[in-house]
Design a protein around this ligand. Sequence first.
Ligand code: SF4
Length: 381
Amino acid sequence: MTTRCTASLDGQLWCGPYVAWEEVIPLTLHLQTACFIAIAYLSGMRPGEALNLERGCHRINPSTKLHELHGTTWKNARTPDDAKDPEGQPRRNPWIVHPLAGKAVEVLEQVHTSELLFPKTLRPKPLRGTNGRSDARAGTGQTAAKMTTDIESFIGWVNDYCVRHQRNDRIPEDADGRITANRFRRTLAWHIVRRPRGLVAAVIQYNHISTLVTQGYSGNYHSGFPNELAMERWLERIERLTDIDRYLESGGHVSGPAAEELRERTQQAASKFQGRVLPTRRQAENLLNDPSLQVFKGDGLHCVFDKTTALCTKNEDAPNLGRCHSTCGNIARTDADILEVKAALDRLPQDRFAPPIRHHRAQQVAEHLTGIITSHEYRDR
Ligand code: SF4
């Protein structure tokens, strides 16, 4: 190719300076797969929905400024004679997506001229000796099974690239087996609910995505994604209470004004839900409102939520953990929470020569955190 490569990775050209002609189609195929991963993962779409997106599906809503993907739905799609519509129908509510998913659509629109964003082939013309099909859609789209093979090959390419460039950020083997196109949907729900800690960027991104996708569906359950989230929330809540139950059973100590309430709710939840077969997603949504399950993990604390005494909210039915007040009566702490408080104490700046206001503030926070630790380790026992 005569066009120079310009994209860089960690300040170095990712390849180059030119791409060999015979590498263009294989590399474009990997780019297409990467775009599929970005779209499927960041939108929570079903693989079939992502694979049927068409050119021009990405729009920015002029009033909300949100990024929308417009697509086709087959669920409940009927023709005027009330028969099942094999062509599907335009989805009433678009998916609201992270801007990166919109960027992936723009990339796909530049790499080929097909109507479908994920065509079966990226070659610009039919191979010699074969006749092009007259219908634009039938048989021209990528299938979910082929996408799974492409994902495998994309992972192989990334790992091979890492070896060739002595990088250590290769994609590891997955303990749960092959990465199928279907798995992205569940993975997004898992990450939104569990908010991986440690990676600040990831926490911010998942908060952002969570707001976007929930905003986008605003009560529309056609996509099924809110159900996916409800199921994940239910699993996460049950797993957490099971962990606390095990901790208490083994003599674990809890401190804080809501310590007793945490013990009671854990006991109630254990007797109500232990051994219970996983409910359907709809049931999960209803069960999430059970009073015994209103326990949320915050930074260095558990929020045993009671709306009447909450200091972060007056009207919401869930805590606003980002605005947690240290004097709230809904706080309970386990040993694991105290470890987080100790880590926060260690992270405080120790700069004695800092401006007096900053130094004084750091001292106040340190005293507060030390008080929490002392109270847990000595006074509340
Ligand atoms: S202030 Fe903190 S502990 Fe109190 S309800 Fe809100 S999040 Fe929970």
